[in-house]
Design a protein around this ligand. Structure first.
Ligand code: ATP
Ligand code: MG
Length: 432
């Protein structure tokens, strides 16, 4: 036998039995985003490497260690996108979307060459939003309220919000001096990455995940003490808004985020239920990025959430893959007619999820497959039914006799909730 080829480490297939959870999350997220007036944007998975270097920052984990970059056959330096914001900004500038405020969302795979472990993959998926052209704390608040509504829509109640302000560039520069002085005084305690970043990008040291670094980080000076009047007011207004909306949060003065482009508001939603990889959603303001990438100065705020991490938190029973009906055909003539009948049924019942048996076999074996499919009912088509224009309907999820009904009466029968409604149907009726 030929040698099997396997998927790349850290890059995963979403198997048919897993996809309902993905679809559940994606559908709910899209519904919430549309309710806040966000429009979807899709950008290429590959961009010039320079885009990410210039936006995320040269001295960041992503750019230094994690990017899949390569030279293509034409000699261009390209990279698989490690995140979505840079591409959104690039596209918004390129297509002149920024002359008025924009609320945009995106979803899709991102690529980072990290050490694969629970909640950390080399291809992972994000859903993110970017708001352009609004500089007030009101829109920061809106973005966070949107995430809260999303958690509600997903049935997640175990997430906590951490918040910080990175101030503006001048304030950060002054803080940087104080931080460098502090870190120099604790140089012995720094791991090798942090020692290197002490000079190139000291704020990044606060983002270190190194266990030995946590005590040093906890005692470092607080950025919040360096905020000027305007940044302070922005932050306080946001905090007051969160209070008024009943959103609990903790201010975490060490929260700096792993990307260089943030300023003022930064936040993370964190769970304790996933072990070390507990941040499921992270974002903040990045007022300087549009100009940095060649656009006119345009304030912006956004977030990205980690789809895999959220999916792990979803209730196992939140979705069901089962079809409504499974069509079983007994006898040659019936088998010849089954697919045509299935088409007619789909025509007359637009919402019907119908699985039509293919491949023949005995009545018993077809029925077993019907049962295993998770369908609510089996529809039985035999020679008698063909002659009489009827069909047998046998409930599969509870005991009950097979009924013979005229095909014309089938829509009414299937619409009747005399079989338990599927969890999917329940969800559809409580759509957020
Ligand atoms: P972390 O601190 O966990 O490395 P990050 O700061 O690098 O996260 P962001 O770039 O802000 O993460 O991405 C936003 C979200 O995307 C994260 O909060 C997380 O939920 C998810 N995410 C980031 N990297 C990965 C990954 N390698 N695998 C799975 N999910 C990820
Ligand atoms: Mg990271």
């Amino acid at each position: 036998m030929a040698k099997k080829i396997q998927a790349i480490r850290g890059m995963h297939d979403v198997l048919p039995q897993q996809s309902p959870r993905w679809q559940f999350l994606e559908d709910r997220a899209r519904a919430v985003l549309e309710r806040y007036g966000y429009a979807e944007m899709r950008t290429p998975l590959v961009e010039v490497t320079e885009l990410f270097k210039r936006s995320i920052g040269e001295v960041t984990d992503i750019v230094e260690k994690e990017m899949y970059s390569f030279e293509d056959r034409g000699g261009d330096n390209l990279a698989l996108r490690p995140e979505g914001t840079a591409s959104c900004v690039r596209a918004a500038i390129e297509h002149a979307l920024l002359d008025h405020p924009q609320r945009i969302w995106y979803r899709g795979p991102m690529f980072r060459r990290e050490r694969p472990q629970r909640g950390r993959y080399r291809q992972f998926h994000q859903i993110g939003v970017e708001v352009f052209g609004l500089d007030g704390p009101d829109v920061d608040l809106e973005v966070i309220l949107l995430t809260r509504r999303l958690w509600q829509a997903l049935g997640l109640d175990n997430l906590r919000l951490e918040l910080n302000s990175l101030g503006d560039a001048d304030e950060r520069a002054r803080y940087r001096e104080a931080l460098v002085a502090y870190l120099l005084a604790h140089q012995d305690a720094l791991d090798s990455d942090s020692a290197k970043r002490l000079h190139s990008n000291p704020l990044r040291v606060l983002d270190s995940k190194h266990p030995d670094m946590q005590a040093v980080i906890a005692a470092a000076p607080s950025l919040l003490d360096f905020l000027g009047e305007t940044s302070r007011r922005h932050f306080d207004t946001l905090c007051a808004g969160l209070d008024a909306a009943g959103v609990a949060f903790q201010v975490n003065p060490r929260l700096v985020r792993g990307l260089d482009y943030y300023n003022r508001t930064v936040f993370e939603w964190i769970t304790e239920d996933l072990g070390a990889q507990g941040t499921v959603c992270a974002g903040g303001r990045y007022d300087g990025l549009v100009a940095q990438l060649g656009g006119r100065p345009t304030p912006a705020v956004g977030f990205a959430l980690g789809v895999e991490r959220l999916i792990e938190l979803l209730d196992a029973d939140c979705v069901t893959p089962g079809p409504d009906a499974y069509l079983v055909a007994v006898g040659e003539q019936a088998q010849n007619q089954a697919l045509l009948l299935a088409e007619r049924l789909r025509d007359s019942m637009p919402g019907l999820r119908l699985l039509c048996h293919c491949g023949g076999g005995s009545f018993k074996s077809q029925f077993k497959k019907a049962d295993r499919s998770g369908a609510r009912v089996a529809l039985v088509l035999g020679e008698d039914e063909l002659q009489q224009g009827t069909i047998g309907v046998k409930p599969l999820r509870h005991d009950g006799p097979q009924q013979q009904v005229a095909i014309a009466d089938l829509p009414a029968l299937l619409a009747r909730p005399d079989t338990e409604p599927t969890p999917a149907a329940q969800h559809a009726s409580t759509d957020q």
